[in-house]
Design a protein. Structure first.
Lengths: 363, 363
């Protein structure tokens, strides 16, 4: 397997936002395209909870990335025109330091001893990559979902570091419905006896808990409307039934099962817990006393806020709150509401609607 | 503890809708008020998934019932004017035969050997109570949530048995979003090692799984809007924190925890599994080829369909489907949309909005 992954390693200790330090912190990132002579065409992309830095294929790694239709030569995030940088979030498990990484102080994985992770840490560690690339001002910072929170934190910490921001299906803070869902996902994982208080052997872990957490994830990522159209009350064929009267009978159940199987083994359970909690903790209001005061710290030439009508996890009114707050901060802000059926996941799957919007912003 | 519980015991085997028989089936019920001379003033109330037949206090059992503000003397379901009958659903665990009951054939609890339960079984077993009381025609049949499904099944099986129907926050069939939530709740219970394939000792069982299922229940029973107003981003006081960084920090998490604790030990896990699946399986279209054809079997003088705008489990458009279908079947139907904030649970808690609507229907 080839990789396009680059690693930034920090020699100095990295001070975490809510306390604690990381020694020899690493941030994994990938890039597409070239910096122009003025070093003014770089775009920084933050990811949602689970993706790696591999947002799109490239020469060194031709496997499709998580945002393949959006990023690359002649795509809306055009690698012919921009240098695009995607970071694997601090706390994740695809090359960046996180709970699955070895703690240099002990020689053992951090696991549940990793310090509390904040979205602010993801933003600040990504900025080290930008600095290492000797980029003073980004053309834009981009983030869908959790990545949009990271983008907001980035723009609050470094008001002069970016000229534009694209926020997709994100929020200025978590509201209780989303926190409830994430809290229950974490309980599913922590209740699994194989979690072992976080001390499961590498490669093992709370598979049953992770499967259920992923299923609840899918329930919150898509929309009831989409599922009525896709599945209705369709039953699985007899040969695919498991004989368990309480499990797989309807197509929707088989769909969730397939997504759970796809996810399991890919993502470290402790990393999931830390990133999930980081989203609950994030609040723009922590940076000024109110959401509007926090947003007023941001300086940008332009912002685009995209929301989806069927999103139940990062609902449209939260996109509205963001757009109004940015506009009030004196930033030229556009707010686009997509009528996509696929809920929160629309940014990954409803490319027919999203691509033109993003392309126009970067045209 | 006094009880107002009455028991109907059936001597003949009860044939289940989807196969199998129950020997010596029992249905627990309670009544309020008196039959009039014409035996024409009886109202049959079906419950949601988890309540007992104790819908309201009475002389023999002064403890508050699950619908205390709605039912009793001078209440909207007025025990001065009507004989009100509430049944504990077949498959439940409050006096009616269910998976926790002893199978007379084996002398042991049915547990996972209980036959597949259908909403139709709940309807047909309740009709035996009505017959035993020598009531030929009910003044009305009433059901919120799952109880509304039971009421629909009742009216399809016995078109001449009731003159009116009140359906609250129910549906003609389960749609995939609700099925997904219930399927995951069942998985939480079945994945708990203490479930033991259903064979847990009486009084024990999958407590952790039931706690999580209840939490997901609450997420689906209330509404995001209500929680923003009630909890926002409030944190629990330091002294109530458990020291677990992934669990109780926000008030919404403490709220879910409290509801889980209240539920645990009250409800048998196997009963929960059977009743939950029965809701997934229910489809009015099974009684005629389409929802409208199924509803056209119903004969009533009047129907009232009540839905709640913030209900995500039995959404408003499903109430609309019901109301239109009943109207098309030639029934004088009123459709009331409540703007309650409390989602699916509004029928239990938003009495200021619901009581006048029900009172008017029974005036």
């Amino acid at each position: 397997m080839t990789t396009a992954r680059k690693i930034l390693q920090l020699d100095a200790p990295f001070a975490m936002h809510l306390g604690g330090h990381l020694q020899q912190m690493q941030i994994a990132y990938e890039t597409w395209g070239q910096l122009d002579a003025e070093r003014s065409n770089a775009i920084l992309v933050f990811t949602g909870l689970s993706p790696s830095a591999h947002a799109a294929s490239c020469e060194d790694d031709p496997s499709p990335g998580w945002w393949e239709p959006m990023l690359g030569p002649d795509k809306p995030l055009d690698a012919h025109r921009y240098l695009i940088i995607c970071v694997n979030s601090l706390g994740s498990c695809f090359g960046s330091t996180g709970p699955a990484s070895v703690n240099p102080d002990t020689g053992k994985p951090y696991q549940a001893n990793f310090p509390v992770l904040a979205i602010e840490d993801i933003a600040r560690s990504a900025h080290l990559v930008v600095e290492a690339l000797a980029i003073e001002t980004l053309y834009a910072v981009v983030g869908p979902s959790m990545g949009g929170m990271s983008a907001l934190a980035y723009c609050m910490f470094y008001p002069d570091a970016s000229e534009r921001m694209l926020s997709i299906s994100s929020a200025a803070r978590s509201l209780p419905f989303a926190t409830a869902i994430r809290s229950l996902q974490r309980e599913m994982i922590r209740t699994d006896p194989d979690w072992r208080q976080g001390s499961y052997p590498p490669g093992e872990g709370p598979i049953k808990g992770m499967r259920m957490a992923r299923k609840l994830g899918m329930i919150s990522y898509r929309s009831p409307q989409e599922w009525v159209q896709r599945f209705g009350r369709e039953r699985v064929p007899e040969e695919r039934k498991t004989g368990d009267a309480f499990a797989i009978d309807f197509e929707i159940e088989a769909y969730l099962e397939a997504h759970a199987s796809k996810f399991t083994g890919q993502f470290d359970a402790n990393c999931y817990l830390y990133l999930s909690r980081a989203m609950d903790l994030f609040d723009v209001a922590d940076h000024g006393g109110s959401v509007d005061a926090g947003l007023s710290r941001i300086k940008l030439r332009q912002a685009l806020v995209v929301g989806v009508e069927t999103d139940i996890l990062f609902p449209l009114h939260q996109q509205g709150e963001l757009a109004i707050g940015l506009e009030s901060a004196g930033i030229e802000t556009e707010f686009v509401r997509l009528s996509s059926l696929q809920g929160h996941d629309s940014f990954l799957v409803d490319m027919d609607r999203l691509r033109p919007v993003v392309a126009k912003f970067f045209a």
